[in-house]
Design a protein around this ligand. Structure first.
Ligand code: BES
Ligand code: ZN
Ligand code: ZN
Length: 464
């Protein structure tokens, strides 16, 4: 844990050093020949009681996040109670501090709920820069990273503790002090709305399904919303198309899309953005029992389109069909942005560092792309073709959930979803890769909260 203070004396001073000529001067000062100023280098000098922190060469955002995260880990290792940055005259504190602080929050993240021995180490960051612009920016980043932590905690929590009912309770509790309206539909209410597709996916589980809508409406004069939709599978066993143990073991993360959209909404409301934003998700479990939906079933949907279930493991698009149709018809949505851990094919195509996007509207995608830059989140737009669109058709049902024999699996999954948004400007973002990763740069192992920051910056500047 790190707390920002604007007054006080630090225990240790942190000297940020750019890689290059000057770094060798600092390394002499620090008494370490090895210090070069590379991003992620962190050297504590006992004699001068300074930490020398490498920033890399050109103030690259991710280098600064890495520097912040490494600093946090070292401060913990050394059990330092308070630090302060001492920027050089040629360094721009206003540009550097927010990213370093963001990195510190990443480096502080520790999911220790399930450990008997808990490390509750905390330290203070004393900010000497007396500038309201800087303190406002740091307050914004603090809320933003609090949202990222909320999403990460949700995704990291195993499905024996995070299931539809408990998830709903967590959401109610988390939003209770914010200016939002939460509506929760239970199974009977979902039935009344004919959410047959989402219900079919959930019917193989002993855990009851729920549908959650959270609205933040600062502009009461308008009932138009930027609507966020998230995949909320608290567990995906694959159903009767059962996953092998190795593929199933991480499927507690299959609600990552919903975690990111709800967490983004929390930050949007906490930071009092002007934009009306709504977040929705059908929260269900894909399990196996005597009532579970089966490979080969033909089911209905809220829209009334019939869906051929070629594979019960392609349950995301089936569930999202109803969430998206709800977003398009029950909410006055100006645009719909949806995040899902939808396909393994997206990981094959782009790895775990890049999300894949299928967008129906160029302007909307441009805005998402723009918002993803300060967020440091990579989003790549896939191409679509008429041939791929046609591959979703089925000979007996209206559409199939396994088109094209797996070819272009990430694109066809996105195209399937476009059938349910009623021509609203729409972007589908597949976060199967980046939602949950091994430790890398500023990220600790596990959930990343991918999407929270992009959605926040998007809502902040949204105009369509
Ligand atoms: N939840 C998975 C996708 C996934 C895979 C997320 C790996 C995160 C990591 C999704 O429901 C799924 O199983 N998709 C199938 C679709 C296929 C059967 C058409 C897949 O990608 O294999
Ligand atoms: Zn699946
Ligand atoms: Zn899934």
């Amino acid at each position: 844990m790190m707390k920002i203070l604007y007054d006080g004396k630090e225990q240790v001073s942190v000297i940020p050093v750019l890689e290059g000529k000057l770094a060798s001067e600092f390394s002499k000062l620090a008494g370490s020949k090895l210090f070069t100023g590379k991003a992620g280098e962190c050297y504590y000098c006992h004699n001068c009681n300074h930490i020398f922190l490498g920033l890399g060469t050109n103030g690259d955002d991710d280098d600064l996040r890495l520097a912040g995260a490494t600093l946090a880990k070292n401060v913990k290792k050394l059990q330092i109670s308070s630090i302060s940055f001492h920027f050089g005259e040629d360094q721009n504190a206003e540009a550097l501090l927010p990213l370093l602080v963001e990195g510190i929050y990443y480096g502080c993240y520790d999911f220790n709920k399930y450990k008997s021995e808990k490390d509750n180490f905390a330290f203070d960051l004393i900010v000497k820069e007396n500038d309201p612009k800087i303190s406002a920016k740091l307050a914004e980043i603090t809320e933003l990273m609090d949202g990222v932590k909320f999403a990460k905690d949700l995704v990291n929590t195993p499905s024996n503790d995070l299931y539809p009912e408990s998830y709903v309770e967590i959401l109610k509790n988390e939003f209770k002090d914010l200016a939002v309206t939460i509506s929760v539909l239970n199974e009977a209410e979902m039935k009344k709305l004919h959410m047959d597709a989402a219900l079919a996916v959930g019917q193989g589980s002993d855990r009851k399904p729920y549908f959650v809508e959270i609205k933040y409406q600062p502009n009461q004069k308008s009932d138009e919303f930027l609507t966020l939709v998230g995949k909320g599978l608290t567990y995906d066993s694959g159903g009767y198309a059962i996953k092998p143990a190795t593929g199933m073991v991480d499927m507690k993360t299959d609600m990552g899309g919903s975690a990111s959209v709800f967490a983004a909404l929390k930050v949007i409301a906490s930071n009092k953005l002007k934009q009306n934003v709504c977040a929705v998700s059908a929260i269900v479990e894909n399990m196996i029992n005597g009532s579970a939906y089966k490979n080969g079933d033909i089911i209905s949907s809220m829209k009334g389109l019939s869906i051929f279930v070629g594979n019960t493991d392609a349950e995301g698009r089936v569930t999202m069909a109803d969430s998206l149709y709800y977003a398009a018809t029950k909410v006055n949505s100006k645009a719909i942005i949806e995040l899902s851990t939808l396909t393994g094919a997206c990981i094959v195509a782009l790895g775990d560092d890049i999300a894949g996007c299928v967008a129906t509207n160029d302007k909307l995608f441009d805005q998402i792309k723009k918002a993803s830059l300060p967020a440091g989140e990579n989003i790549h737009r896939f191409p679509t073709t008429k041939k791929l669109e046609d591959s979703i058709k089925h000979n007996v049902a209206d559409i199939t959930n396994i088109p094209n024999r797996g070819k272009a699996g990430s694109i066809t999954a996105g195209l399937f979803l476009t059938h349910f948004v009623e021509n609203k400007p729409y972007a589908h973002i597949d976060i199967a890769g980046p939602a949950y990763i091994d430790e890398y740069r500023h990220h600790t192992f596990g959930a990343t909260g991918f999407g929270v920051k992009t959605l926040y910056y998007l809502a902040k500047n949204f105009k369509l």
